[in-house]
Design a protein around this ligand. Structure first.
Ligand SMILES: [Fe+2]
Length: 216
């Protein structure tokens, strides 16, 4: 689980500067579903760019665009590597359970099928629980401050901003959220919104890695 996903995005994960945080993110990616590598970014295609719809690298393209938009938000605010690292990780993790958990069944490419065939509204909760569980149970204590994973988990949980489902709002740990946590959550939402709007996203470059099928 997660190896195909990791293989696809490894070049981007190297942009994470903090090596201990990068290692934690790699471990988290390995716990995420591989169906993301062939999953559309949108079930309906109502707002998303047309190259993110249908079976193929649509979700990966979306994730790269979210990463790029997140770095622009960092540029605007003159934020440093802490914000930048978490927003890169968030770009690749926030939608990782878009169609739910993996099942035992596989498709023709031997990729495990998702539990749903469309976006599930509680997908932010799945990734939040994974990251908080990793922080609390597996942990990276003595190597990496819990704050990194706490802020990453909240950025993923609240990436839909004011459209966040009440289940997500009930989970957020307000008492432990810092001003920086809130900044990162807002930036994650802005980056996701920008990358999800056809008129912005189609002008935003994504990596050739994900469009080789079109260019060959
Ligand atoms: Fe997204």
């Amino acid at each position: 689980m997660g190896q195909r996903f990791l293989d696809k995005i490894n070049p981007y994960l190297r942009k994470i500067r903090d090596l201990q945080f990068r290692e934690a993110v790699i471990q988290l990616i390995m716990m995420c579903p591989d169906y993301i590598t062939v999953c559309p970014a949108s079930s309906t295609g109502k707002y998303h760019p047309t190259d993110e719809v249908g079976r193929g690298p649509g979700m990966l393209r979306h994730m790269v665009r979210v990463m790029n938009a997140g770095q622009v938000v960092c540029d605007i605010n003159n934020w440093g590597n802490y914000h930048r690292d978490i927003l890169i990780a968030g770009a690749f993790l926030h939608d990782a359970f878009k169609q739910g958990e993996e099942t035992d069944q596989v498709d023709a490419e031997d990729i495990p099928l998702a539990s749903a065939t469309h976006t599930i509204p509680e997908h932010p909760v799945h990734i939040f629980n994974l990251i908080m569980g990793y922080m609390n149970l597996i942990g990276v204590k003595d190597k990496l401050s819990d704050q990194w994973l706490f802020d990453l988990a909240h950025a993923c949980l609240l990436h839909e901003g004011r459209w966040t489902i009440s289940m997500a709002q009930d989970l957020q740990q307000d008492d432990d959220m810092t001003d920086i946590t809130r900044e990162i959550c807002e930036a994650m939402h802005i980056a996701d919104m920008m990358a999800s709007r056809r008129y912005f996203a189609e002008a935003m470059q994504y990596d050739r890695l994900f469009c080789a099928d079109k260019e060959s």
